[in-house]
Design a protein around this ligand. Structure first.
Ligand SMILES: [Zn+2]
Length: 258
């Protein structure tokens, strides 16, 4: 296998790892959403919404923690898979990456926060259902259909149009409303950073002086086109993935004199 073939294989395995991370998270959160809904069955919303939330949070503390741990374990395992794929030994760099700060927070701090938001998203769908006087079975169906994107055309909108006053969270610019999307993006982003970094570490160690990137899809993307147009990137330039769901690869260049 030549360098380009190897790089293509690595990029496709990296993309596969990202898809796998997402599919595991989807399974975990779908089952967590169901557990939260089940736990809400006997709790009345009549007296106070705050009390309803507190009781539900207390009842679901254990399942939320379990789900959080499972997601962390998958992110760690898939991030470390890059080491095995490249035939390296674990130097601890990937573990350190997971514990390092990015824009002020670690991967786990972000995930913990978004998992709390996920509970909040599901609780809001349940509250909407209860406000609309839906039967428990129908609330279950609504949660299952809407936990990934609760604030667009779902029963929260419907309940709000009837005066329920359920707030839509805002986390700041460029961040999704839906906790599900934020959890997936945080996990996939961490995974792809780990793969990119491992790739670069090994190449640096073997004496690479720079790299070229190449596109692996015909999807129009100016970021990836610009990167692929550069003849020789210095080693400290960003290696692919250059953005979420980027499938580009890179070939390292070694000094000809060696
Ligand atoms: Zn790309």
């Amino acid at each position: 296998m030549d360098e380009l073939q190897k790089a293509k294989l690595f990029a496709s395995k990296r993309a596969q790892a990202e898809r796998n991370v997402k599919s595991h998270i989807k399974d975990i959160l779908s089952s967590l959403a169901k557990d939260i809904t089940d736990a809400s069955a006997g709790i009345s919303l009549v007296s106070s919404e705050a009390m309803f939330r507190d009781m539900l949070a207390a009842r679901t503390k254990g399942v939320v923690e379990d789900a959080t741990e499972k997601i962390d374990a998958y992110v760690k395992a898939y991030s470390k898979a890059s080491i095995t794929i490249l035939g390296d030994k674990d130097t601890g760099a990937t573990g350190r990456l997971l514990n390092s700060l990015l824009f002020g927070k670690t991967y786990k701090e972000r995930n913990d926060f978004y998992m709390k938001c996920f509970l909040d998203d599901v609780v809001k769908i349940i509250i909407a259902g209860k406000r609309l006087k839906m039967r428990q079975k129908d609330i279950e169906k609504a949660v299952d259909a809407q936990y990934e994107d609760p604030y667009t055309n779902g029963i929260i909108d419907r309940a709000n149009s009837k005066g329920a006053n359920i707030t839509i969270p805002s986390y700041g610019r460029g961040i999704y409303h839906s906790a599900y999307s934020n959890i997936v993006r945080n996990a996939q982003g961490t995974n792809s950073m780990a793969w990119g970094r491992e790739n670069r570490i090994i190449a640096s160690r073997s004496g690479a002086i720079g790299f070229r990137t190449f596109r692996n899809s015909t999807y129009p993307c100016p970021i990836c086109d610009d990167s692929a147009a550069v003849e020789l990137h210095p080693m400290d330039d960003p290696v692919p993935p250059l953005h979420l769901n980027c499938v580009c690869g890179c070939v390292f260049i070694y000094d000809k004199g060696e």
